[in-house]
Design a binder for this molecule. Structure first.
Ligand code: ZN
Length: 592
């Protein structure tokens, strides 16, 4: 690890988890436990809990959880080391690597300054829209039926028809010109600084935390390019952000609407569809899909019904499916876009369209069918092959099978024949299940999901109480767990008990620098929260009985097998071990 354990522990313990989480989530106190709406998934009732005593948090909805370091890693999208630095900074702890720390401090400061200058610019553009200079832009927004309050809530503005207006404003206000250049607001040439945006309606772009990270500008009359965005900066990364998500995520609707442009987002929000977002002038990226997945499990792609729109939908589907998003498609007909549709037919009609949005697989099939002549046998085969390729991209086995069935029904071909045809066409059907390498070593022990859960519960009880820990060790020795992670956690628990009487769970989580592992460790720690304390003894005995019998049988079996092929001294040792296990077996039978 990067920092000594004591330093990490100092940083962790000087940042109270309730205080830090409270900066992001509105928490309601109930004794020493706090609850609120989970920031990592979309929910209407709280299943997110923070515990001040234990200094950990846990979401019963999505399984997010860990200590204050995990929380910062997850919510700020930082690595373990970065999160430690971030928290050290917050609590004024000096980290050993002074140079790196100051570099990071500088980076954080730079980002804040970029956002500050963006806010200055946004205010300026907003003021210009309100001024008499902004008449053309206001007329444009009127034509698009964007009302005052919508315009205000999206912070819309206007960049004057003059190459030197913002640059002059920045100079007059003694703002940092270099910084403004870095933020992509002004551009330097031989005659000095000039504005990037001029004579455009300005759309400030916010990140999910409502910070102004960049701008989009739309030309008012004719001209190219129609839309101009801020360049990529230290705070503005198009691949990582979505327009409107800062508002859409607060709608806490289970479905997000993905539309093409800024104006689509704004007009949908105005019509009450506050769950609309748009990618920032790029094709939807996997990073954006992951971000969306944080807030909703379902999305509807609403793109234009022209060829470009269809192509964009076909590109977006596998990306959304790869993050396990339920995906539907809506192509508006009878109108150019959702905006025009709502103006023509009203909100309710649009609501109706949404509820009839097409399943992504149906959309793929429909589109491919329209691209081939279905009356020609050869074309039809090509179409089927293409669709099988789509189905094949799915990671979820069940979904893939359902898709294959759908293809079979759609084209009236037997499923087996479809697979056969696909193989003749040299389509690489991915193996449906990853093949486990066959092993003849006796130690390979495979367990069921239910058994894994038993291990988790047992481990949880052992972390919760040293008495339980000692009792289990006494009964079974210290080769108790089969799952690797559980073995690892067990070893660390043992080390902690060696020094302390209790396992400090928040400190414990830091032994696992990987966020995914932290989450799993936290789940294990919380496993016993599902039970009443009075039941612990009973639960323990239930798990112990099954686990003990399995372990004992494994061991006895292993040793017996080895005994068959071993001679002399080694044999004696094995016999001693066998006796120990047989004694354990008898003892377990008696007490459990
Ligand atoms: Zn959650």
């Amino acid at each position: 690890m990067f920092f000594p354990d004591e330093v990490i522990e100092e940083v962790r313990s000087s940042n109270d988890v309730v205080d830090i989480v409270g900066e992001y989530v509105r928490l309601i106190q109930k004794g020493n436990s706090y609850s609120g709406l989970c920031p990592f998934h979309n929910e209407k009732t709280s299943s997110f809990y923070v515990n001040r005593d234990k200094q950990i948090y846990h979401c019963f909805g999505c399984g997010a959880g860990g200590n204050v370091v995990s929380f910062i890693m997850q919510i700020e999208n930082l690595s373990f080391v970065e999160a430690i630095k971030y928290l050290a900074q917050k609590s004024g702890i000096k980290l050993p690597e002074a140079e790196i720390s100051s570099a990071l401090r500088e980076k954080i400061k730079q980002k804040e300054l970029l956002i500050q200058i963006n806010v200055e610019a946004a205010k300026y553009f907003y003021k210009m829209l309100k001024s008499s200079y902004g008449k053309g832009a206001k007329d444009y927004l009127d034509r698009r039926k964007i009302d005052e309050s919508t315009s205000k809530s999206f912070g819309l503005g206007y960049a004057l028809n003059n190459r030197n207006s913002l640059s002059k404003y920045i100079k007059d206000k003694h703002l940092d010109e270099k910084l403004a250049e870095k933020a992509g607001l002004i551009i330097k040439d031989s005659s000095g600084y000039h504005d990037r945006f001029w004579d455009r309606v300005i759309f400030p772009i916010f990140d999910v935390h409502d910070k102004v990270i960049g701008f989009g500008g739309r030309i008012i009359d004719k001209g190219e390019p129609k839309y101009l965005n801020s360049p990529e900066t230290d705070v503005f990364n198009k691949r990582l952000n979505l327009y409107g998500l800062n508002i859409a995520r607060k709608s806490r609707k289970p479905v997000l609407l993905i539309v093409e442009g800024y104006m689509d987002v704004i007009s949908l929000h105005q019509a009450g569809f506050t769950n609309a977002v748009a990618s920032l002038g790029t094709a939807l990226t996997r990073e954006q899909a992951l971000l969306l997945r944080r807030y909703a499990s379902e999305c509807i792609l609403i793109y234009d019904s022209d060829n470009a729109g269809t192509a964009a939908i076909l590109r977006a589907i596998p990306i959304l499916k790869s993050v396990n998003m339920t995906t539907k498609v809506l192509q508006v007909t009878d109108a150019k876009d959702p905006d025009e549709y709502i103006n023509k037919f009203g909100k309710d009609a649009f609501e109706g369209l949404l509820s009839n949005a097409m399943d992504y697989a149906d959309f793929q099939i429909k589109t491919i069918k329209s691209q081939f002549n279905m009356n020609k046998q050869e074309d039809k085969l090509k179409a089927v092959k293409k669709i099988i390729e789509y189905a094949n991209e799915l990671e979820n086995e069940l979904e893939k099978q359902m898709y294959m069935k759908k293809i079979s029904g759609e084209f009236g071909i037997d499923e087996k024949v479809i697979n056969g045809q696909a193989q003749i066409g040299n389509i690489n059907l991915k193996p449906t299940r990853k093949l486990e390498p066959k092993s003849e070593i006796a130690e390979v022990r495979i367990v069921t999901k239910i058994y894994e859960k038993r291990e988790r519960i047992l481990l949880s009880l052992m972390i919760n109480s040293k008495d339980v820990f000692d009792k289990v060790i006494e009964l079974l020795g210290d080769n108790i767990f089969i799952v690797d992670l559980h073995k690892n956690i067990f070893e660390k628990t043992k080390n902690m008990y060696y020094i302390l009487k209790n396992v400090d769970v928040a400190q414990f989580i830091n032994y696992f620098p990987d966020l995914e592992e932290q989450k799993k460790v936290n789940t294990i720690i919380n496993e016993i929260q599902n039970f009443d304390e009075k039941e612990y003894e009973k639960i323990l005995n239930e798990q112990l009985k099954i686990i003990a019998n399995k372990i004992i049988d494994f061991e006895i079996n292993d040793i017996s097998n080895k005994l068959k092929t071993t001679e002399n001294d080694e044999k004696k040792e094995l016999e001693v071990r066998l006796t120990i296990w047989l004694v354990r077996k008898t003892k377990i039978k008696k007490i459990l």
